[in-house]
Write a protein that binds this ligand. Structure first.
Ligand SMILES: [Zn+2]
Length: 335
């Protein structure tokens, strides 16, 4: 309710409220706000004969309530009201009617129910799942939206058909991913299986029964290639070297563009692959040339996250830096 109140301030109201305090006291002002709340609850108008009940509820004399009404509100023989509250209630009603109409059009049950149930039963003929299986999937992905990793701050996930049912997608778990309501609503024509990205970032092995053949091929292949690259890099003992280098790259970037980007452990691994493709000079050149593009033309922000999927801040780079400072080792300056 409190969010209504700020709107009830206007110049005229202000004068009335000053008069109220001058002629009565601050307790009257408090009672005024209680009456405003009553007016909202009762549709903007209250019968004057209710003044005894109001006085009782607000622990005061009937005369005080009558005085408040005659100073601040409009009245006739039967009712008292506030024009600004009535106006606000009208606007709200219009808004909610409009919303109702647009939802009704979108999900018009008469138009769409038959079509939708037919499509769903066709999708279930191809493949289906039980409620328990869906619960298992949600637990596996820690109730996290596999697309935005809960960046949307919305709790809970909904079932998203990766290939929509109206495009011939089935109702099996190989075609279902957990998304937050926001990502689900803004999905559009996107048919990417974001579960794979989530698994790669979090070192999870997705159960093969959830992967259709088409996805299986590309996902497992990609993961294997990445793993073998990663292992090679570790074996070559470059990880430490890259940690220091990436730290310096980030420091340079943040200094140049006034940002505060951080890096996670998985970014460090990514950085190691990029360094197989780009030289350090190319990376630094890219920073100097443009604040907008970095590796492969993608904005640097897409590679660095402020938070991990559990919503905790991860800052391995700062941790590493602090550690090195404690050890009395400075940072190598690049520029
Ligand atoms: Zn999301």
């Amino acid at each position: 309710m409190t969010n209504y109140f700020s709107h009830d301030y206007d110049a005229q109201n202000d004068i009335k409220l000053q008069t109220l305090v001058m002629e009565m006291d601050y307790a009257a002002l408090g009672r005024y706000w209680c009456i405003v709340e009553m007016l909202y609850k009762q549709g903007g108008r209250i019968e004057l004969s209710q003044n005894k009940a109001i006085a009782f509820a607000l622990r005061t004399e009937v005369a005080n309530i009558d005085q408040i009404i005659s100073i601040v509100f409009e009245k006739d023989d039967k009712y008292f009201w506030s024009e600004s509250i009535l106006k606000r209630l009208r606007l709200q009603k219009e808004k909610s009617n409009k919303a109702k109409i647009s939802v009704a059009n979108k999900w018009n049950p008469l138009l769409n129910a038959k079509k939708r149930s037919k499509r769903l039963s066709e999708a279930r003929k191809k493949a289906s799942h039980t409620k328990k299986e869906w619960e298992e999937m949600k637990v596996f992905f820690r109730e996290t939206c596999v697309k935005c990793f809960n960046e949307s701050k919305l709790n809970g996930v909904v079932k998203d058909h990766i290939i929509p049912i109206y495009q011939g997608g089935n109702d099996g778990l190989d075609n279902i991913q957990p998304l937050c309501a926001k990502c689900n609503a803004s999905k559009g024509a996107d048919t990417e299986d974001y579960r794979l990205k989530y698994c790669l970032e979090n070192n999870l092995e997705m159960p093969t029964r959830w992967i259709s053949n088409a996805y299986e091929m590309s996902a497992i292949k990609e993961k294997k290639v990445k793993e073998s690259k990663r292992n090679n890099i570790y074996l070559a003992g470059k990880r430490d070297e890259f940690l220091e280098e990436l730290t310096n790259v980030l420091v340079t970037w943040n200094k140049t563009y006034g940002q505060n980007l951080r890096s996670s452990r998985s970014i460090l691994d990514n950085y190691a692959y990029w360094r197989e493709v780009y030289s350090l000079d190319e990376i630094l050149e890219s920073i100097k040339k443009s604040g907008k593009t970095w590796l492969a033309g993608k904005p640097i922000e897409t590679f660095f996250r402020q938070k991990n999927p559990n919503g905790e801040k991860v800052d391995y780079i700062s941790q590493a830096l602090n550690f090195r400072e404690e050890q009395g080792e400075g940072i190598i300056k690049i520029s």
